[in-house]
Design a protein around this ligand. Structure first.
Ligand SMILES: [Zn+2]
Ligand SMILES: [Zn+2]
Length: 375
């Protein structure tokens, strides 16, 4: 590192920012910072070469530093700098980063201009969509979601994390121009219900009808997160999605292993049969009953979807909208849609955009009773 003048802030004054926890799932103990174009500073010192930043217990150090510090401030202007994990995943950033350490793991916080963040989230969360009005609807939903859920990672000193736990954010290397245009066109626009920011949940494919939130999560009812029919009978807007239908076979042996690991059943029990015991308004499974032979165990369908997804892969059970057929030692799930089914159906938004609807039509279809306001 060479001594240099302190940089002017990479962000213009007054611009809204969001603080994002970076590599929140990987939690690396070291990262490599590589300047792209423009200037990169670590604690005010210009960095020209790839620089390893690593955790030392509660302190953090960068190659070339004589003493470890409580935290490092990284300022990146111009095109940005790459931040790479030892696992190989790397992200391009601009703006300000603060890097500290807890228990030998780096805690990387990025302060990013809100609209740059939205453009990146639209690229990552709606990578399959191409309709401009669908992308605009996604931009408004993502912006509203961000501002509404700012307390998600308060304990970490951040607004959001970079994983799908909050919204997928993979930096600025692959922001699509259409996503940038969608963010710019809707700049500052948010959805409100009775003057308050709406909880704009969204998912990939509803399968024909979105689900009322109360059947999916135990949160307080929201009048705009109700089940809506996604288009004409037998021709839902999201039917254009390549993965509209899915089929999965799970052996009862595998399911028993998952059920034990999830503590749905005891260590000596096995699943002999499964049945859907309750359905929501959209006909999604709301609750399932597992039969062990000796007893019946009722579990929530969301718990089943997450538990199986976590252990058998997220493609195994793509949604809770499925029919169950049992064989002697296996189950066949035949389903529609992908994701939790609450709020905006992204592929439905794409279908509506292709059918000529505007992004405002799309938003009021999936979030009835809300309106577009300005933050
Ligand atoms: Zn999160
Ligand atoms: Zn749909």
């Amino acid at each position: 590192m060479a001594l240099c003048l302190l940089p002017a802030s990479a962000l213009s004054a007054g611009e809204k920012r969001v603080r994002i926890l970076i590599f929140s799932a990987a939690k690396p103990s070291a990262v490599t910072l590589t300047p792209a174009q423009g200037n990169t500073f670590v604690n005010g010192l210009l960095v020209k070469e790839p620089t390893v930043i690593s955790a030392r217990g509660a302190l953090v150090t960068a190659k070339g530093m004589t003493r470890a510090a409580k935290s490092l401030r990284v300022d990146v202007s111009g095109k940005g700098a790459w931040l790479a994990c030892p696992s190989g995943s790397k992200r391009l950033f601009r703006g300000e980063l603060e890097i500290s350490s807890t228990g030998g793991r780096l805690k990387i916080k990025a302060a990013v201009p809100l609209e740059d963040y939205i453009a990146s989230v639209v690229s990552g969360e709606a990578s399959d969509l191409s309709g401009m009005e669908a992308l605009k609807a996604q931009a408004v939903a993502a912006r509203t979601y961000t501002l509404k859920h700012r307390n998600n990672h308060k304990a970490d000193g951040c607004d959001m994390c970079d994983s799908t736990h909050c919204q997928l954010f993979t930096g600025f290397a692959s922001v699509r121009p259409e996503a940038r245009a969608a963010a710019d066109f809707t700049r500052g626009e948010v959805l409100t219900y009775k003057g308050k920011l709406a909880a704009t949940f969204y998912h990939s494919i509803c399968g024909g009808r979105t689900e009322s939130m109360i059947y999916v999560w135990p949160f307080e009812h929201k009048p705009y997160l109700v089940s809506v029919k996604d288009g004409p009978e037998r021709r839902p807007y999201c039917a254009i999605a390549p993965a509209f239908r899915w089929k999965t076979r799970i052996s009862l042996r595998t399911l028993s292993v998952i059920a034990r690991a999830q503590k749905w059943i005891g260590p000596d029990e096995s699943v002999r049969k499964v049945a859907i015991s309750e359905r929501g308004i959209s006909k999604r499974a709301a609750a399932l009953t597992l039969y062990t032979g000796a007893r019946e165990v009722r579990i929530s369908a969301t718990g089943f979807y997450q538990g199986v997804g976590r252990r058998a892969g997220w493609n195994a059970v793509r949604s809770t909208l499925f029919e169950l057929n049992s064989g002697r030692d296996y189950l066949i799930l035949e389903g529609r849609g992908s994701g939790h089914g609450v709020g905006m159906c992204q592929w439905g938004a794409e279908g509506m955009a292709r059918a000529g609807f505007t992004y405002r039509n799309i938003l009021s279809h999936y979030y009835p009773g809300t309106e577009v306001s300005y933050e």
